[in-house]
Design a protein around this ligand. Sequence first.
Ligand SMILES: [Zn+2]
Length: 89
Amino acid sequence: MNLPHNPFAQADGKKPTCMEMLQVIIDGEATDEQQEYFKSHMDRCLPCFKSYDLDMAIKRLLKSRCCGGDAPADLVEQIKLQIGQNTAG
Ligand SMILES: [Zn+2]
C-alpha cells in the first residue's frame, strides 16, 4: 500500500511508529503538516486515537491541578491507570 509522504519519517527513511508520532504530537512539537497527517491517521488507528485522547485528558488534568508546574511521574501514571480503567473495553 502506497501511503502519502509521511512528515514524521526520519531523514534515513525509517518509518516512525505510532508511539513516535504520538510523542511528537503530545510534546507539542509537531508541525502543521505533521498534525494534519496524524489527524487522518487517527481516523484509521484506534490505538492512536485512544492514546491521544488519554494524553490530552492527562494534560488538562495536570494543568488544572498543578497550575502548569511539573507533575511527578507517578502522578501521571496514576491518572493514566484511572483513565485507562474507565475507557478499557
Ligand atoms: Zn497509529
